[in-house]
Write a protein that binds this ligand. Structure first.
Ligand SMILES: O=C(O)C1=C[C@@H](OP(=O)(O)O)[C@@H](O)[C@H](O)C1
Ligand SMILES: C=C(OP(=O)(O)O)C(=O)O
Length: 420
């Protein structure tokens, strides 16, 4: 594959764009619609690799997924799930959200994925399913097989969810369909990405499911019962939006994106982070505009609530006027790649001074030069390379197609905004 040279604009990047639908809300929307008590219509769904694989996974379990118009999909659950064959790709939302649903099918469902998928943890989730009465073969990593029997007894499970909040979400999403519901207890270090668990609980509540979290967010309960079918409009993906907003920060421009007034995404954390790095945030009723001065301010950035921003924020800090750091994100070592190692290697190779800490990175600007940028099959490493390229000519991404994981046409959107 020929490298993709990140565009370096001659002046401030100014413009507006609509970012495709939220990966996290689309994945939950599909899974909950598949588990619903009737057909649901989802509008504004993300159409990218992760969500295409999700559709294929659900279809393989007997769910009818029909396009009504671009971005509008009707999801009709079957009377009984059929055993399937699931390609997870590199999607955490598939390897961790679909097993509990497959456990409701009558027969074995095999989960496989990209070579990189086997490095991503799934054992705590599959161990939890085991405690709830489900047999799983090879539960250490992808590939594994879930042996459904048509019903899941449910009850109490105790797992260590410190490596990913998706273990919790994956059990909560299907738990109303377990015979005894679910009482889930976390035992271990802090559970990451609490806003994503809140999104799960909010979307369950929207469908009439009685679900709750303990005061300290270490235990959750879901009452058994139906999951109501529900038509829903999916919000734009605010994490992906942050990559485009970063272009304003680096170049001293202004970028506007649609922004929902009420959101289940970790949006405040994202906007607060861009402000901490020197951006000015103008939040209107339905949009947000971020403008920059052209100087990124180095800062100590706590990404505990928005760890998906790690790669883009690391690129911004490499371009900053003073040293900075990122903390609260130790678990991103388990994301699409070990993001702390990947960022240390790639930003380091381009001239920044980067060191890993226990839960993040320290980043000091250096003399930055263009050259190769490895993406490690990780969409967000690709976004980081693109952001670095805004100010450093000749950053060459080895695999810009990694971005198709959550945006079907990132290269076109980026060129349209940056090179306009
Ligand atoms: O539930 C979700 O949709 C997600 C939860 C988070 O996972 P982790 O808790 O593993 O960080 C996030 O990083 C991921 O991109 C999406
Ligand atoms: C961690 C991420 O993805 P996944 O849903 O595959 O875990 C991400 O998109 O940053």
């Amino acid at each position: 594959m020929r490298p993709w040279v990140a565009p370096t604009p001659a002046g401030p990047v100014t413009g507006s764009l609509t970012v495709p639908g939220s990966k996290s809300a689309t994945a939950r929307g599909y899974v909950l619609a598949a588990l619903g008590d009737g057909p649901s219509v989802l509008t504004g769904v993300l159409d990218a690799r992760d969500t295409r694989l999700m559709r294929a996974a659900l279809a393989s379990l007997g769910v009818d997924v029909t396009d009504l118009a671009p971005g509008v999909v009707r999801v009709a659950p079957p009377a009984v799930f059929t055993p399937g064959d699931i390609d997870c790709g590199l999607a955490g939302t598939i390897m961790r959200f679909v097993p509990a649903l497959a456990a409701l099918a009558d027969g074995p469902t095999r989960f496989r994925g990209d070579p990189e998928a086997s490095a991503r943890p799934v054992a705590p989730l599959l161990d939890g399913l085991g405690q709830l009465g489900v047999r799983v073969d090879h539960p250490a990593s992808v590939p594994f097989t879930v042996h459904g029997t048509g019903a899941v007894p449910g009850g109490t499970a105790r797992i260590d969810a410190s490596a990913s909040s998706q273990f919790v979400s994956g059990l909560l999403l299907a738990a109303a369909r377990f015979d005894a519901g679910l009482e889930l207890v976390h035992a271990g270090a802090r559970v990451p990405s609490p806003p994503h668990i809140r999104m799960t609980l909010a979307m369950l509540a929207d469908r009439g499911v009685v679900a709750s979290a303990s005061a300290n967010d270490t235990a959750w309960r879901v009452a058994p019962g139906p999951i109501a079918a529900r038509d829903e409009t999916i919000e734009p993906d605010l994490v992906n939006a942050a990559t485009f907003l970063a272009a304003a920060l680096v170049t001293g421009g202004a970028v506007t994106v649609p922004w929902p007034r009420h959101t289940v995404q970790a949006s405040d954390a994202i906007l607060g982070t861009l402000a901490a790095l020197g951006g000015e945030v103008d939040a209107r009723t339905d949009t947000v505009t971020v403008s920059g001065t052209g100087t990124v301010t180095g800062a100590d950035v706590d990404l505990t609530l928005a760890s998906e921003l790690t790669c883009v924020v690391a690129a911004l800090l490499a371009l900053a006027d003073r040293p900075g750091s990122i903390r609260g994100v130790g678990h991103v070592r388990h994301h699409e790649t070990d993001r702390l190692a990947a960022l240390t290697a790639e930003l380091g190779a381009r001239g920044a001074r980067v060191a890993e800490t226990a839960d993040g990175l320290t980043i000091a600007p250096g003399r930055l030069t263009g050259g190769p940028w490895r993406t490690y099959a990780d969409h967000r490493m690709a976004h980081a390379g693109a952001v670095l390229g805004l100010a450093v000519a000749g950053v060459e991404l080895d695999d810009v197609d990694a971005t198709t994981k959550t945006i079907a046409d990132f290269g076109t959107l980026w060129h349209t905004l940056v090179a306009a």
